[in-house]
Design a protein around this ligand. Structure first.
Ligand SMILES: [Zn+2]
Length: 284
């Protein structure tokens, strides 16, 4: 039986890349924090379905909510890194990226006492030409990455990336790459891994993508954000397209997650990486 990966990008509703132009980072501290309540709901959901997840955590959030991070870790889930402040790799120099992933890893390890092995770039922003980021991750002690989304989308995507988990042989060493799941359909590769695709498209698309992974004998990778189960979050004044992408389907996401966790089995990414490599340190 294939066990898939359940992943959560742990950030606040006001930190998403789509709001970058209307919410500057210097104002983040003024917004109401809603992450603890939503993570608590997710932890309950995961516990009821005996699922283990990977939480790609923003350093900014961990610094303000260390108790929440300890609670997630104590519940048996894996804490991984989403960088410090949600700046996309496409907007960072190698030096800034290194500082961000080092600072986040150090803080998360301080809080939980467990090694941080994995990284996911904000908005899957390791795109063609930014592969230096993979070398920085290896040099900073990361074992796997989940940023190369093998689709062609405006602003992100790694179109020539492999769709399933694989090893990257980089100048700095080896790195396991575990991409978000895509659905092969009529010669196309469609994003079907979670997020807005899970909220806005029919549920059957994500289910079909995970079934396709099972037929191929590889685990699929699903992702969601705490704010995606929070229909009561404060509404920001954004364009109609951003409004649709961010607020569409929020009221049905929790129900769909319940269904997904009933139909499939999930574990953390670190569990898979540990089973692929004897060298990988065990994720707590
Ligand atoms: Zn994010």
């Amino acid at each position: 039986m294939i066990v898939h990966h359940f992943t959560i990008d742990l950030e606040e509703y006001f930190q998403v890349s789509a709001f970058e132009t209307c919410v500057s980072q210097s104002t983040w501290g003024r917004f109401e924090s809603r992450v603890t309540a939503q993570v608590t709901r997710l932890l309950d959901l995961l516990a009821r379905h005996d699922a283990r997840a990977t939480f790609f955590t923003l350093g900014w959030v961990a610094k303000r909510h260390p108790k929440l991070i300890r609670t997630i870790s104590a519940a048996g889930h894996e804490i991984a890194s989403h960088g410090w402040d949600h700046v996309r790799v496409t907007h960072q120099t190698p030096r800034h990226f290194r500082e961000s992933v080092r600072r986040t890893k150090d803080l998360l390890e301080d809080i939980t006492g467990a090694p941080v092995l994995g990284f996911r770039a904000p908005s899957f922003s390791i795109v063609p030409g930014k592969e230096w980021a993979l070398d920085v991750l290896i040099e900073e002690g990361y074992w796997y990455d989940s940023s190369l989304f093998p689709v062609r989308r405006p602003g992100y995507g790694y179109p020539d990336g492999l769709p399933g988990p694989h090893w990257l042989d980089r100048p700095s060493g080896m790195l396991a790459e575990i991409p978000p799941t895509t659905l092969r359909w009529c010669g196309l590769r469609l994003p079907a891994a979670g997020g807005a695709y899970f909220r806005l498209l029919p549920y059957g698309i994500v289910r079909a993508a995970l079934r396709q992974c099972e037929r191929e004998g590889t685990p699929g990778t699903f992702y969601i954000h705490p704010w995606e189960i929070d229909p009561a979050q404060p509404r920001l004044d954004v364009s109609w397209l951003t409004c649709l992408r961010h607020y569409g389907g929020l009221d049905r996401t929790a129900g769909r997650l319940e269904r997904l966790l009933t139909e499939f089995r999930f574990r953390a990414m670190g569990d898979s990486v540990a089973s692929w490599s004897e060298r990988a340190p065990a994720a707590a």
